[in-house]
Design a protein around this ligand. Sequence first.
Ligand code: C2E
Ligand code: MG
Ligand code: MG
Ligand code: MG
Length: 281
Amino acid sequence: RAKSDRRGTYRFFEPEMDAQLQARRLLEADLRKALANKEFTLAYQPEINIRRHEISGFEALLRWKHPERGMVSPAEFIPVAEDIGLISALGEWVIEQACQEAAQWPDGIKVAVNLSPVQFRNRTLVETVDRALTQSGLCPSRLELEITESVLLQDNEMTLATLHQLRRLGVCIAMDDFGTGYSSLSYLRSFPFDKIKIDQSFIRELTSRADCLAIVQSITRLGSSLGMITTAEGVETEEQYRHLLAAGCTEAQGYYFGYPLPAQDLVFSLYPEKQPKAAEA
Ligand code: C2E
Ligand code: MG
Ligand code: MG
Ligand code: MG
């Protein structure tokens, strides 16, 4: 029976598989043209020092405006760019663009750039960062590079050597999406990060689940005893904000404080209404 059905089965699945493959090839082809066609921009989302109540910097988030599809999410196109060997060129553009735009901002306001693990396999990363700083005139201490645990998962001495070289340029290094990987704690021991960004999955249920609150409190305590800044990601409500403040978190980022915006729309002071209400004081 299986034999006689084979042809029919194959034909049943074929159109769907074909459509998926074709969509993927189209995306790849469009991505290859997108850089030259200037379809990428950066959106910047504020990171707030919730103790001092001021903006400490902005995270650069890559945006692709596809000519027909409109905005495509980085969650969709970055893995593809990594697969087809485009992430290094794209990542280089992001670093240069972010440094150039941030050099126009008020003094002391930082810019954070996300790095793909694949960029660490490319020997030119340190050189690229160094050149972007020199050409833009941005003070190195105002640039922060965000890596995820997966960067440290891929081996070896070269990754660590690269991180130390970057640090020697004077830039800051942040661990992004902390708590979502495998053995987070050992990664904290392998490199002295300047900042830990607590993944938004912990913040989402911060006010409804005691275990999430406990985890956030522990990460915050751990961070401060290691001399690292802790930043909560994905803060959407005032209630979450108040919990984070009480938990001793240094910084917060999320739609509650500001959406990612194009460089020309940035505001460098915090909206007064984002003060925590005096209720619990
Ligand atoms: P990420 O670095 O963890 O960035 C935070 C993501 O959370 C961003 O999504 C941001 O728009 C979103 N976000 C911020 N506040 C909130 C909130 O309050 N609620 C919710 N639900 N989400 C919030 P986005 O811009 O879609 O980026 C997704 C991921 O794509 C980033 O996660 C980062 O891993 C990657 N990415 C973005 N830009 C770049 C880039 O230039 N290079 C590389 N290698 N990766 C990038
Ligand atoms: Mg990030
Ligand atoms: Mg993150
Ligand atoms: Mg994330």
